[in-house]
Design a protein around this ligand. Structure first.
Ligand code: NAP
Length: 457
């Protein structure tokens, strides 16, 4: 006989976990189905281990620059395997914390793959939960995504971002293929940890769609750091030589040779194959994503989806969490109007230094409001942390405010530079609240910081 719950959540990642815990806090009887480790992409093969690697590579840069402040640090040794072990242990601790949270919330956890039998019915296959059938008043799908692979000869010699986190040894020479968040983050981490790294992008520079100022600033810094970016490099094949080394070859015949590893970072696909969506009467888009309305409702009554599997414009952990909590508040918390507005979502790319962005880029604002309505304020400067450094070691920060109308309402904030990651959150609040340039000007600066530039532009 099927077990009955108020809510069945498919996926124990950021979105599923947030939905399940919030629903349980509202008193709902909740089941969760997860076939892999709790915490999903973010905790296991995404944000968390990536940020650890980013901290490590920032530390390498700090050690390199320590001489500017009078430290003699000699030639420090870096042990990739030790870092990996410590990082993995941290992730395991987080897995344990997630398991405790599930237990404490009274959520019934079923291990295995979820297969829909209908919009409100889920069968569990494989794992401890094998053979269980669950019935729910509501079912939420939050299965996340997985790395995309190119369909080219020799692609299998490469690895994806999951493979990056499984590397036991530091590669001496690596090529990272892609132009998005993951490509620039992994290329930066590897380069700053000492791997000879090439970033290949198939069009004109990485981070297409970000504000032009950020793209320019990143390109300038990558060049100064000696991290080569090969533009217009459309990957056509990977070959493995007799020495085991890899060559990455472009459609134009250009070759990046002598590689220990090639990392595919060309996007991610929704994890929806095998979910049994047909049985629930839900058709996926061509890219496999699940169409939902503003309330995360799929085409089938009682069946909801959220997070990366929906193909929303912001496949980010906090977005999935926010959508899940709002959905649980709506379904079980007596808040019938709760839903997530997918706008003014801040995000940070952990480059070196990081870059952060919220709201509209200049081209987007000009398109939306007309160029004559848009006023931008921008600056480039060397942060004070470089005051004692030789000129060649200095890296410029860049900041831009995009404003519209005569009152100069701030619709976009774009920051490249030290501490951009920590700076952006507060400015995102200001953007959401409709702050104007005058509001920023009327805010007393904090001196000496980089952030003060944004209120003194
Ligand atoms: P992404 O940001 O969508 O970037 C992938 C890019 O790779 C595409 O935009 C495309 O850029 C390029 N590409 C696609 N197919 C290609 C091919 N066959 N050959 C060469 N290049 C190709 O994807 P992602 O980096 O996998 O990240 C996925 C999502 O995870 C992101 O959108 C982001 O929301 C999230 N994420 C966030 C963070 C963070 O918050 N710090 C970190 C990692 C991931 P062009 O079209 O310009 O060539």
């Amino acid at each position: 006989m099927a077990e009955h719950f108020d809510l069945i959540v498919v996926g124990g990642g950021s979105g599923g976990m947030a939905t399940a815990r919030r629903a349980a806090a509202h008193g709902a009887r909740v089941a969760m189905v997860e076939r892999e480790r709790l915490g999903g992409t973010c905790v296991n093969v995404g944000c968390v281990p990536k940020k650890v690697m980013w901290y490590a590579s920032e530390t390498a840069t700090a050690v390199e620059r320590a001489g500017d402040y009078g430290f003699a640090v000699g030639h420090p040794q870096f042990d990739w395997s030790q870092l990996r072990r410590a990082r993995d242990a941290y992730v395991e601790r987080l897995n344990g914390i997630y398991a405790n949270n599930v237990e404490r919330a009274g959520i019934s956890l079923y291990r295995g793959s979820a297969i829909l039998q209908g919009p409100r019915s889920v069968a569990v296959q494989g794992g401890d939960g094998d053979g269980t059938v669950l019935q729910g008043d509501a079912v939420v799908l939050a299965p996340g995504g997985r790395p995309r692979w190119p369909q080219i000869p020799g692609a299998e010699y490469g690895i994806d971002s999951d493979g990056f986190f499984a590397l036991d040894e530091q590669p001496c020479r690596a090529a990272v293929v892609g132009a998005g968040y993951i490509a620039v983050e992994l290329a930066g981490v590897l380069h700053h940890l000492g791997t000879e790294t090439t970033l290949t992008v198939r069009r004109d520079g990485p981070l297409r769609g970000f504000d032009p100022l950020l793209r320019e600033a990143l390109a300038e810094t990558l060049a100064a750091d000696g991290l080569p970016v090969k533009d217009h490099f459309v990957p056509a094949a990977v070959e493995r030589g007799a020495d085991g080394r890899l060559s990455l070859i472009s459609e134009g015949g250009e070759r990046v040779e002598g590689l220990d590893t090639v990392i595919w970072a060309i996007g991610r696909d929704p994890n929806t194959a095998g979910l049994g969506l047909d049985a629930a009467g839900v058709a996926v888009r061509d890219d496999g994503s699940i169409p939902v309305d503003a309330y995360q409702q799929t085409a089938a009554a009682g069946l909801y989806a959220l997070g990366d599997c929906t193909g929303n414009a912001y496949p980010l952990t906090p977005v999935a969490i926010a959508a899940g909590r709002r959905l649980a508040d709506r379904l079980f918390g007596g808040q019938p109007d709760r839903y997530l507005e997918y706008r003014d979502v801040p995000s940070v790319v952990f480059t070196h230094p990081p870059l952060g962005t919220v709201g509209l880029t200049q081209p987007e604002a000009e398109e939306a409001y007309g160029a004559d309505q848009v006023t931008c304020h921008e600056t480039r400067f060397f942060p004070m942390n470089y005051a004692l450094s030789p000129q060649e070691a200095k890296r410029r920060s860049a900041m831009k405010l995009v404003t519209v109308g005569s009152e100069q309402r701030v619709v976009g904030v774009h920051i490249f530079g030290e501490a951009a990651d920590e700076m952006l959150q507060g400015f995102a609040v200001a953007v959401r609240m409709g702050a104007t340039k005058a509001d920023l000007d009327n805010t007393v600066a904090i001196h000496p910081t980089s952030a003060e530039e944004l209120v003194t532009l």
